[in-house]
Design a protein around this ligand. Structure first.
Ligand code: PEP
Ligand code: MG
Length: 757
């Protein structure tokens, strides 16, 4: 049974479109269960009905034509309760509704199972039999398992149709929304540019070309280059491999010949596709054919084809690297966007970002917030391969991508963009006003930065300093570890631009989801592994070069503070401070004149929360990294879109941990800041002020809104709200209470930006 399941799922996954996928399912399931009928009904949301989309055993003329209203018939019953219905004699059931065109009056036994994807019922898979009998438990279990496995494939195929503006039953549709999570609040309308990592056949975008002949010549030259390589391998390995093994290379050369694979690619280029896309398509067709083969030896040959085609692709990409043209209104789309992909887009052209993987707390989302670019993360169902060049709406408030937008929806979103611009203009007036509550309680608002451009933007928004400079950002954008002098220059620019305002530089925090291409860390559980200070203490040469660069950069400015990430025990702080002291004394010996900088520790782990007091005694300040602290307190991977809805800064456990840290640090008379994304949420900021935080450090785009909220409320009102919510045990109740308080303070215009986290 398992083998059968596996082979059906594999075959369906390889289908080229929704209809072929459905046809394969009904055909193979009818055989597998040896029944008379197998049919699939899919929900057509725009027409509120279940349409018979494929069938083996019912009249073919009915397929695509007949439908049942929601709740109608046995199909409606299965969909409504999202549960299987297994009947010995279906026509006797009160819900039975005879669809005459289908010819189903001859069938008695009925088993329908829902097709459920992400909690919603996409349709119903039905088997029917002429005998009066119940399908047995094994058959029911088979169908349920199959349906669960196929739901994702069907959802994907449906989505592919939807972005072309076609509903499952072939109607024209608009405004198809794909859910993700918010990465950066705001709305953008633009043209998508899909970016891919290189030399991966499954990640080649579709592009059309004009000059077909030139593209064919180009393809042929790359093909020749690979043929040459194969012959070279063959000669080089003569004497090392047996003749039969070396024949493989001859076989490779033959596959590449004009009348085989090469020819098919050329034919597709003639249809107007670019060489990379044509090659990927042809390779895909061959791979699917090989993978379907029963013979294991032949199945294995799929690997050879893949390897060969990847070689040709590498040549195509090397000769003509895929540097996309960025339109004026670029929406950058990728399976997993990286900082360097972002960096390649000219800033003035970037309107929005969509990453299929990752969540609102991934570092790429944090970068997006720093830049103020509306972003949707974790749009896992978005068929992004097909999106290149399409018009899209990025709704960074809701965490949603809308494809095929209608004129009406576009107008609505344009109005939102205008409102936003107006709000930002109003908030710009706050730039030089102090951040204090209506009853004059001062809080320092600072910003989180990573790049030089962030600093300039931040100062523009009226920041009082940099509460977190993520030094790993320049490391992520480099191709090797930057040397001490290079780092000194980068840090000097930040310190100098900000002086005399303080700049808190965090020592290198790599690991987790921040991987340096030139220093790969492969781990099963990267967030519980070699991260942050654990890496740098194991590599004192990296740590020392960095802190020396920081201190040298700060000479004469006196605004440097150094902060240690991911601390889980006192010894780490002792060791790190020891290394900083050593570097400091070396600099003095080298003749530099500088003060010893204030050192701070980040509280990001539950262990550190409970040791706040002891840690605070060892350093000059404490800063809470609420992104990681929330991740570790709630055991929710900050990067995983599946559990993104569980990641909440308003969770009662998070709030009480924060209050505990503030009290403990203040008991040692040490200032406390918070530099996680939570600080940039206007509602959360009100609670943080009440808790007693001295500094809130956030992304630059959030700063004006947070300032506006704080200036609109009294400290007393903030504290009253905190007293109320700290008694609550449910995060949704807490959010509601905070929303209500903002509403009462008359700042509900800012509520939209609260959705993040
Ligand atoms: C945090 O964890 O809250 C933090 C500020 O650090 P990062 O997001 O860079 O891990
Ligand atoms: Mg962190």
């Amino acid at each position: 049974m398992l083998e059968r399941l596996r082979s059906i799922v594999q075959e369906v996954s390889a289908a080229k479109d929704l209809q072929s996928a459905l046809d394969i399912i009904v055909n193979r399931v009818r055989d597998a269960l040896d029944t008379h009928v197998c049919s699939i009904y899919l929900l057509d949301q725009d027409f509120h009905c279940h349409v018979l989309m494929a069938s083996e055993g019912l009249n073919q003329e009915a397929v695509g034509r007949v439908s049942l209203e929601l709740g109608e018939g046995l199909v409606g019953l299965v969909a409504k309760h999202a549960e299987p219905v297994n009947l010995r004699d279906a026509p006797r059931h009160r819900n039975f509704c005879l669809l005459e065109e289908t010819g189903e009056e001859d069938f008695h036994a009925f088993l329908g199972v829902p097709i459920i994807h992400h909690r919603s019922v996409l349709g119903v898979l039905v088997v029917q039999h002429g005998d009066l009998r119940r399908f047995d438990e094994g058959e029911e279990a088979f169908l349920v398992t199959l349906s669960a496995q196929l739901a994702g494939v069907i959802a994907h195929a449906e989505a592919t149709g939807a972005i072309e503006g076609v509903s499952p039953s072939g109607h024209r549709i608009f405004d198809t929304a794909f859910a993700g999570v918010s990465g950066c609040a705001g709305v953008a309308i633009g043209t998508s540019v899909v970016v891919y990592p290189h030399a991966d056949l499954s990640r080649v975008p579709e592009r059309m070309i004009e000059d077909v002949e030139a593209e064919i010549d180009f393809f042929n030259s790359c093909l020749n280059a690979v043929r040459g390589e194969m012959r070279e391998f063959n000669e080089r390995l003569a004497g090392q491999l047996a003749e039969e093994e070396r024949q493989l290379f001859d076989a490779y050369v033959r596959i590449l010949d004009d009348d085989a694979l090469g020819n098919e690619v050329v034919a597709r280029i003639r249809m107007g596709h670019w060489a990379q896309g044509a090659l990927a398509w042809v390779a895909g067709e061959h791979l699917r054919a090989f993978e379907r083969m029963e013979d294991e030896y032949l199945r294995e040959r799929a690997v050879d084809i893949k390897d060969l085609c990847a070689r040709v692709l590498a040549h195509l990409q090397q000769e003509k690297p895929d540097k996309p043209e960025y339109p004026e209104d670029t929406i950058l789309v990728g399976e997993e966007l990286t900082a360097s992909m972002l960096a390649e887009v000219p800033k003035d052209k970037l309107r929005g970002l969509i990453s299929v993987k990752g969540s609102g707390n991934s570092h790429v989302a944090i970068l997006a917030r720093t830049m103020g670019t509306p972003t949707v993360m974790g749009a896992v169902d978005l068929p992004f391969h097909q999106l290149d060049g399409k018009q899209l709406i990025v709704d960074g408030y809701k965490g949603e991508v809308v494809t095929n937008p209608s004129a009406h929806l576009l107008e609505q979103f344009r109005a939102t963009i205008r409102e936003e611009e107006e709000l930002n203009r109003d908030l710009a007036g706050l730039r030089d006003l102090p951040c204090e509550t209506a009853d004059r309680h001062r809080v320092s608002l600072q910003v989180n930065t990573g790049l030089m451009s962030d600093v300039l933007r931040s100062l523009d928004q009226g920041a009082e300093g940099i509460g977190l400079f993520r030094t790993e950002v320049p490391f992520l954008l480099a191709e090797r570890f930057p040397g001490e002098q290079e780092q000194t220059e980068i840090y000097r620019e930040q310190l100098d631009t900000c002086a005399p305002k303080p700049v808190t530089m965090r020592t290198l925090d790599i690991g987790g989801d921040k991987a340096l291409s030139y220093f790969p860390i492969e781990e099963a559980n990267p967030f519980l592994g070699w991260r942050g200070i654990r890496v740098t203490l194991d590599h004192p040469e990296i740590f020392t070069a960095q802190v020396r660069a920081m201190m040298r950069a700060g000479i004469g400015l006196e605004n440097l503070q150094i902060m240690l990430p991911m601390v889980s025990n006192l010894r780490e702080v002792e060791a790190a401070v020891g290394l900083i002291r050593k570097s400091y004394h070396e600099l003095l010996q080298e003749g530099e004149e500088l003060p010893f900088p204030p050192i701070g520790v980040m509280i990001e782990l539950p262990a550190a929360v409970y040791q706040t007091r002891a840690l605070a005694r060892m350093v000059d300040f404490v800063s809470i990294g609420s992104n990681d602290l929330t991740q570790y307190l709630l055991a929710v991977d900050r990067n995983n879109p599946r559990v993104a809805n569980l990641f909440s800064s308003f969770h009662p456990a998070v709030l009480s941990a924060l209050q505990f840290v503030v009290d403990q640090a203040h008991a040692e008379s040490k200032p406390v800041s918070i530099c996680g994304e939570m600080a940039g949420n206007p509602g959360a900021a009100v609670l943080l002020v009440a808790m007693g935080f001295d500094i809130l450090s956030m992304n630059a785009s959030a700063l004006p809104r947070v300032k506006s909220v704080i200036r609109s409320m009294t400290l007393k009102a903030c504290r009253d709200l905190l007293r109320k919510v700290i008694q609550m045990d449910d995060e949704q109740m807490i959010r509601n209470a905070v929303d209500m308080a903002l509403y009462e303070a008359g700042v509900d215009r800012l509520l939209r930006s609260q959705r993040v986290n």
